[in-house]
Design a protein around this ligand. Sequence first.
Ligand SMILES: CC(C)=CCC/C(C)=C/CC/C(C)=C/COP(=O)(O)OP(=O)(O)O
Ligand SMILES: [Zn+2]
Length: 489
Amino acid sequence: MPIGIAASFRFAGPRKEKKKKKLGGARMEPPPPPPPPPLGTTVTQRDQWTVEQEVGRIYSFFAQLPPAAQSFALEVQRDNHIEYLTRGLRGLAPSFGSLDASRPWICYWIIHSLALLGEPIDAELEESIIDFLSRCQDPSGGYGGGPGQLPHLATTYAAVNSLITLGGSRSLSSINRDKVHNFLRQMKQPSGGFRMHDGGEIDVRACYTAISVASTLNILDDELAEKVGDFILSCQTYEGGIAGEPGSEAHGGYTFCGLATMILINEVDRLDLSRLIDWVVFRQGVECGFQGRVNKLVDGCYSFWQGGACALLQKLHPFGLSEGGEDESTDSIDSSLYAASNVSEQEEQENNLESASPQVDGTCQFKQGGPQSASCSENTGNASYNFHERCAEGGSLFNSSALQQYILLCSQLPEGGFRDKPGKFRDFYHTCYCLSGLTVCQYSRSKHADSPPLPWDVVGPYSNLLEPIHPLHNVVLSKYQEANEFFAG
Ligand SMILES: CC(C)=CCC/C(C)=C/CC/C(C)=C/COP(=O)(O)OP(=O)(O)O
Ligand SMILES: [Zn+2]
């Protein structure tokens, strides 16, 4: 059992009577158990109510802690995360001979999480991962879930992102770009969409993984991009968000995928962006985290899918302040919960004012240029590189400090790893997307992609700062830049 204040934030299972601890001069009282849900509520309402109670208890417990204990609770427990992730990566190696079909994903979630934490990977382990992923490459192109398995767009995206994150010429040159291009063409459908695999589903995920991979490998051409925009457009629902396929419900995962794809193919203005913004910002709730869709529960992984979508939208249009001088996006957040953050209201307002002031100098426009090969489409150009160079001109579309608070206090496990919500177990998927959401938050007010955030943009100690990512691909920025140079020729 881990010792530490943040350990007291875990609410999995029934609470045992423990010895009271003295910390920073304050007596640690365990919060009382939640009262039963009100009678006459539906299952959905009861679940929502229970989560609100649990999260509320965490925040009020946090609020009564002495300052030293609060600082500790808001700290990214780097060493423990690194240990959890490294153990996971080492444990994965023996399974390189098994039939499990999600290993490229597990590689990506762990390698990317370690990269966000700035932790290098042991050279021998790196070699074995490159070899394993090479063996997942199908002779006719694309990556399967394991050696000899059917190539699949999701595992192709995971493998390519993993290899880009490892970086270096051995890793990058292990990707057979011509064959990947061949696989992407095979998955392309006359409707404009893509199939996940031969005979598989046609959906927004497939469009994103195909276009993201094509973009990072610099093989995105007009043929691949043709009518993709028509397909994504047909998935934007009356709610404003984007569904997986036409006629389905809008969901954060697909909204990120659809929006990122439209940016990568230079067609984002075809979406109804104001309805999209409305939908996404209202997915951040009183718990301070995001839900994936209307009437569903908060979940740490949406810190990236929804928070990332907000970060992309912020770069598209300048968003100002409401008449009252307050950041509009914070309106829906319960101020008593928000007060638990270490950011003072004054700092918030000063920062909002600063980041919302109109940017008129020419340096904040799309930069043309950046490495690009002759094979690159004229329409898409190097949209991904250019997008990253673009400035965020307006204020934050979401409450970044509140989201950091949810990630650190409710999703983070002090012994390492992140989870969906209190009461759930940690896993590599949630660790990857909570950390990805955290970096998005930390840099969400930075005007330039490469400039370090101001101290008050980082909740907790400044040492919590993670590596910045390229938000369209979710790979660490420096690794994206290295790959962009490497594949330019
Ligand atoms: C790149 C790539 C492959 C992206 C995948 C994007 C993604 C996360 C899609 C979400 C899929 C989905 C409908 C989950 C709902 O699960 P649920 O019903 O358990 O969760 P919910 O209650 O939160 O909606
Ligand atoms: Zn989740």
